[in-house]
Design a protein around this ligand. Structure first.
Ligand code: PLP
Length: 383
């Protein structure tokens, strides 16, 4: 085999107009934050998904950090979230002094088991972070009901959840606040990039101030104040308008991107239907209330050894398949601070979940090739 036949796990997708829009941003001589392209992205999100206020950020990590400031998280406060998630979900709140109560994954899905949330709530609890793993919605009615009863904020980590819905409502528009990622491994990309949506009006004015380094500069530009100054804590969370120009080109092609991703996802899912029927692998589950945004295709192996062998088999065939998160409650940093509860499903996904390549550079033939190699691995094993 030649090097050109190597199948990478991810290849960033280019929609076509990125360079043109970047050129226009440069010609417009305004490339700092909150320029015309940033505003055009905000309008796109509000129109297509009905989000409240939108603020582009330099990453989802930044959007999560903004939400922790907006949620007024202080040392000693507690925040509830899944253990099986990216470090940024937790870091944003740990940076403000919070203690994290990690929740186990569902048996059937790597997402947080909603049934285990209520028992972790106490007088210090401030917020629940709902991570829509693989772009598959958490059961938001359940989470919102708990939050309402206990007077907690709901923050969606919608990093993987662009263009995905819960009972007809766009993810990212359901919680009080939500954070998206446009990192190059996500469906819609700008290299690095993110978005904070503010769905409760009471957070709107403060969100803009935190975004602009703790100043009321945004109000100044609108002519609402005659000078701007330091009015609150904040940081530099705005992306360059060059980043927004890139992103807008992607957003304008979102339907084509999503439809191709979904077709690859379905091709995998059909190929592995028999393996699942025989109880050999677990496959993604899309609950009735959720849509599939084809962010990720994964298999759940029976144990760590089998997963390592399958990764090895695919690598031998020049296919780069990868595992995903390591449970945060078991991490070097947080384990000593964790309350000691076992989270067996989170550990199982840590050891057994395997992600297959899913990007727009893949041909149908390559998807068949990858699927065949997975099936071949299991045939060899049972022979
Ligand atoms: C990708 C991701 C993030 C981080 O996004 P960045 O834009 O890289 O900061 C956070 N949470 C989840 C669940 C993610 O998948």
């Amino acid at each position: 085999m030649t090097d050109s036949e190597y199948i990478p796990f991810n290849v960033p997708c280019f929609a076509g107009n990125e360079l043109d829009y970047i050129k226009k941003a440069i010609e417009g001589k305004k490339i700092s934050g909150n320029g015309n392209y940033t505003k055009a992205c905000h309008v796109f999100f509000q129109k297509r998904y009905g989000f409240g206020k939108c603020l582009m950020t330099s990453s989802c990590t930044d959007a999560l950090e903004m939400s922790a400031i907006l949620a007024d998280i202080n040392p000693g406060d507690e925040v509830i979230m899944p253990s099986y998630t990216f470090v940024s979900t937790a870091n944003a709140f740990v940076l403000r002094g919070a203690t994290i109560r990690f929740i186990d994954s569902r048996v059937d899905h790597p997402g947080m088991d909603e049934a285990l949330i209520a028992e972790q709530i106490n007088a210090r609890t401030k917020a629940i972070v709902a991570v829509h793993y693989a772009g598959v919605a958490c059961d938001m009615d359940k989470i919102n009901r708990i939050a309402k009863d206990q007077n907690l904020l709901v923050i969606e980590d919608a990093a993987q959840a662009i263009d995905a819905y819960y009972n007809g409502k766009a993810l990212g528009g359901i919680g009080d606040l939500a954070a998206f990622s446009f990192h190059e491994t996500k469906n819609i990309i700008s290299g690095e990039g993110g978005l904070l949506t503010i769905n409760k009006p009471r957070f709107e004015s403060r969100s803009e101030i935190i975004w602009e380094k703790g100043t009321n500069r945004a109000a100044f530009w609108r002519g609402e104040v005659d000078k701007y100054g330091w009015v609150d804590m904040g940081s530099s969370f705005l992306p360059s308008d060059i980043t927004a120009a890139f992103l807008l080109a992607q957003l304008e092609s979102i339907d084509a991107i999503q439809s191709r991703r979904l077709s690859i996802w379905n091709q995998y899912n059909q190929a592995f239907a028999d393996l699942r029927k025989q109880g050999i692998v677990g496959l993604p589950v899309i609950p009735e209330y959720a849509t599939n945004n084809a962010h990720m295709y994964y298999l759940v192996c029976r144990d760590l050894e089998e997963r390592s062998a399958l990764i090895g088999h695919l690598n031998k065939n020049k296919i780069n398949a990868v595992f995903h998160y390591q449970s945060l409650h078991e991490s070097q940093y947080y384990k000593p601070k964790h309350d000691g509860r076992d989270l067996p499903n989170s550990d199982r996904y840590t050891n057994c979940l395997l992600r297959l390549p899913l990007h727009l550079n893949l041909t149908d033939d390559q998807v068949s090739f990858i699927s065949d190699k997975v099936i071949e691995f299991y045939k060899q094993g049972s022979a």
